[in-house]
Design a protein around this ligand. Structure first.
Ligand SMILES: Cc1cc2nc3c(=O)[nH]c(=O)nc-3n(C[C@H](O)[C@H](O)[C@H](O)COP(=O)(O)O)c2cc1C
Length: 343
């Protein structure tokens, strides 16, 4: 094993001079060896984004992300003083952290470069604070700045999470200066996502779209997997066009006694409800009068009750099944989520 240490032969200070000891250690640590040692810590890869004074999107690759606190919800990222976007991150009051998926090494390389227009080919939206949220990332956190701490050649930027979203894709890893694949990135059951039932909560004008299940009941419009280019097949060979950038994960759960997992998304139609001309077997129900008795299974009914409640308050949570009963993470929003999205 290679050992890197402060060189004792250069020692000029006496044992009593502890300040001298500290200074001594600081000057002889080899930064290249230290960077190599830091680099053995396995991380994900994020793009940290914000907007400058003129509203232009700015962003850089960063793997110094860490979660900090659940209550209040805090995270951090370290911004190097030599980054050209450092002055922007030093003054902004908001930023977003976008965790990359395993196939996004090109996005990481782009945002680690000095390209003058990193966002030209990257789809992004403002969600809550206005910071660019990358449409196709693994997980995002939209934050207001909670604090900044000067720390040597970096600044620790601490964010308070105002909204976040996640997806069941595999993450991009980074270790020893190279991209890494994460083995078995998802909990048991998630890997077989081809077995998962993907459902869509499509709300328009206070009503929710349901489709007949062929057995006298109603189900959410769905697909065996996420539909291509936002085109969701419904009855009679018809398709509904969804706004692809406005699809948010809402609930992930298993159903007792079956092998199926459910992945539920909130989504919006690409055209107004009136203009749709819905095919037979599809109907919009008022959210306060959903036909619960005709909807199975019980897990979907309870999710719909939560959706109707949260829709009234304009504040949505994300539910994840866990071994000890499941958790809902709330998305903080002072306005309904749809109002944060640019037309
Ligand atoms: C995987 C990876 C992780 C990185 N992590 C950080 C980081 O945590 N903080 C940082 O300041 N720079 C980090 N960088 C370097 C910046 O992305 C790079 O300096 C970039 O050019 C900064 O962009 P800018 O100069 O346009 O602001 C990382 C680069 C890579 C490839």
């Amino acid at each position: 094993m290679q050992v890197e240490h402060a060189d004792p032969t250069n020692r000029a200070d006496t044992r009593e001079n502890h300040q001298g000891d500290r200074d001594h250690c600081r000057t002889v640590i080899d930064p290249i060896a230290l960077r190599r040692a830091f680099g053995t810590f396995v991380t994900g890869v994020t793009i940290v984004t914000t907007r400058d004074d003129e509203g232009r999107p700015r962003g850089m690759t960063a793997n110094s992300f860490a979660s900090v606190s659940l209550d209040p919800p805090l995270l951090l990222v370290c911004i190097g003083r030599s980054a050209s976007s450092f002055p922007v991150f030093s003054t902004t009051d908001h930023f977003a952290i976008n965790l990359l998926r395993d196939v996004q090494t090109d996005v990481s390389n782009l945002f680690a470069s000095k390209s003058p227009d990193k966002f030209a080919s990257i789809s992004h939206d403002p969600v809550h604070t206005g910071a660019p949220v990358l449409t196709d990332c693994l997980t995002w956190f939209d934050c207001t700045v909670h604090d900044r701490v000067e720390a040597g050649d970096h600044m620790i930027l601490i964010g308070r999470v105002q909204a976040f979203g996640t997806s069941p894709s595999a993450p991009l890893g980074f270790c020893r200066g190279r991209y890494a694949q994460v083995k078995d990135p998802l909990p048991a059951g998630w890997l077989s996502s081809h077995d998962m039932i993907v459902g869509y909560l499509i709300e328009a004008d206070g009503k929710l779209l349901l489709v007949e299940d062929g057995k006298g009941g109603w189900v959410l419009p769905g697909a065996p997997r996420r539909p291509l280019k936002g085109r969701l097949p419904v009855a009679g060979g018809r398709e509904l066009a969804l706004l692809p950038d406005e699809t948010f994960l809402y609930s992930v759960f298993d159903v007792d006694g079956t092998n199926s997992g459910y992945l539920m998304y909130r989504a919006r139609l690409a055209e107004p409800r009136d203009a749709l001309g819905l095919p037979d077997g599809c109907r919009f129900f008022p959210l306060d009068a959903l036909p619960y008795d005709e909807i199975a299974p019980v897990e979907v009914r309870s999710m719909l009750r939560r959706f109707a409640r949260e829709s009234a308050g304009g504040r949505f949570g994300i539910y994840m099944d866990t071994h000890d009963g499941g958790r809902v993470a709330m998305v903080s929003a002072t306005e309904p989520w749809s109002q944060h999205v640019q037309p």
